[in-house]
Design a protein around this ligand. Structure first.
Ligand code: PLP
Length: 447
């Protein structure tokens, strides 16, 4: 048995199968955008550990900051005593992401925890119980996270779920455009939202609307700009708080620090995790000070949230993002990916939609160009074939038929290009182009 297979067998013996094992890769080390398995094979990483490694694996400043902090203070708990890295990270975050005139922060450990706490804060600040969220949304695997999450595959059998959660259709133009122009589509979706205040839950009961500006697990679907702007206006009209879940879209992934910055809006609250920590588990809720100041002492937090080592790693990761201008890199990588797959889309109707913001690009594969026929099995086969050829990728979307590319933003151009070659070749292997003679015959038959 190979060393990779041996580790997989040991995993199967002692680790719950409740954790999905999306690929058969077994990884020993990672540097930049490259991973090495237990047998010394190199893989190009197009997953970043699900969007965590924007600054690259084992970024040197992050590793050094972890080492230095580990020699000073490993843990004390912010409830017990105040320490510099916690405060310094909050200062940095509120300066990067002002939510109105004054902004405050709360640090936690995971994306799900950030979402949970944002909801608690919104409820306390407004005195209202209800939360509006979206179809195809993903917000984590805690009970409240699952209650807010749409895809049943993530939650089946784990209920009952938390009450006072109401779901709206996400404004996905590719699937629900119904032949309307984008403006008319957005108008219809905003009307639907207003109607929900009469048909589903009264506006004065709603504490917050929770939205991913670009859906992550849902298939890398950006909300239309006019929709988010309209949503901001509707929230303001009704005293409802707007929570932007930036857990997957934050920190350069979309070519800006925050996806919401593409929309010319500012949320009242926002949630962050993943690439914030450069590989360490840390998350944050940011919010307008007037909102954050209404939270009763003792109702948020936890033993480990904002651990000193994780804070030091996050500060170092943000330093890398600033020095290496990862926002610009995210935009450039996104353009490379989009240009390449939009060109492929013109030759291959299976690429139903190529969409996204910056480097958060989803490639939705469907049978015969039909949006209602997800190419789920083919995408699973493409992923396995890419991994076998040394390119680690994963899917997204309710039907698992969206290839999402989440390489570290420090990926070298030749690594990106080699990896994309493999993905493109495997898409074409799964959906062979009609041969020229067959295409010509088909044209003749059609006339
Ligand atoms: C938008 C969004 N919110 C929340 C989460 C949950 O984060 P975590 O897995 O760190 O709990 C995720 C994870 O993928 C996410 O993409």
């Amino acid at each position: 048995m190979s060393r990779n297979q041996d580790l997989l067998a040991r995993r199967a013996a002692v680790v719950t199968p409740g954790l999905p094992r999306v690929t058969a890769a077994a990884i020993a080390t990672g540097h930049g955008a490259l991973l090495t398995d237990l047998e010394g094979n190199t893989l190009i990483d197009f997953t970043g550990g699900i969007g965590v490694m924007n600054v690259g694996h084992c970024a040197e400043p992050v590793v050094r900051a972890i080492q230095a902090q580990a020699e000073q203070l490993l843990h004390i708990c912010i409830h017990v005593a105040t320490y510099e890295p916690y405060v310094a990270l909050c200062e940095k975050l509120v300066s990067l992401f002002p939510h109105g005139e004054r902004t405050k922060a709360l640090l936690l450990n995971s994306g799900a925890e950030a979402v949970e706490n944002a909801v608690k804060i919104a409820r306390q600040a407004t005195g209202r119980p209800a939360i509006l969220c979206y179809s195809e949304g993903f917000h984590g695997r805690t009970l409240l996270g699952m209650s807010l999450t749409s895809k049943t595959g993530y939650k089946s059998g784990s209920g009952p779920y938390a009450p006072e959660i109401y779901r709206l259709p996400f404004p996905n133009y590719y699937h629900h455009g119904d032949g309307l122009g984008l403006d008319a589509f957005v108008e219809r979706e905003l009307r639907r939202l207003r109607e929900a205040f009469s048909t589903t839950v009264a506006a004065e009961q709603v504490a917050a609307v929770l939205i991913e500006p670009v859906q992550g697990e849902g298939g890398f679907v950006p909300a239309p700009v006019a929709y988010l702007q309209g949503l901001r206006r509707i929230c303001d009209e009704h005293g409802i708080l707007l929570i932007a879940d930036e857990v997957q879209s934050g920190f350069g992934r979309t070519g800006k620090w925050a996806a919401y910055q593409h929309y010319d809006i500012v949320p009242d609250l926002s949630t962050w995790a993943k690439s914030l920590g450069g590989g360490m588990p840390i998350s944050a809720v940011l919010g307008r000070a007037e909102v954050m100041d209404r939270v009763k002492p003792g109702t948020v937090g936890g033993t480990y949230g904002g651990n000193p080592v994780a804070c030091a790693a996050a500060l170092a990761a943000i330093g890398v993002m600033e020095r290496e201008d990862l926002n610009a890199r995210g935009a450039a990588i996104g353009k490379t990916i989009r240009d390449r797959f939009q060109a492929l889309q013109r030759r291959c109707p299976a690429l139903g939609d190529v969409r996204g913001l910056g480097a958060m690009i989803g490639i939705e594969l469907v049978e015969d160009g039909d949006p209602t026929r997800p190419a789920t099995a083919q995408v699973a086969a493409i992923i396995q074939a890419c991994v076998a050829r040394g390119v680690l990728i994963i899917a997204a979307g309710t039907h698992g038929n969206v290839i999402r590319l989440l390489s570290p933003l420090v990926i070298e151009p030749d690594q990106l290009s080699r990896g994309l070659d493999v993905v493109e070749e495997e898409i074409l292997r799964a959906f062979p182009e009609p041969r020229a003679d067959r295409r010509a015959a088909a044209k003749v038959a059609a006339h």
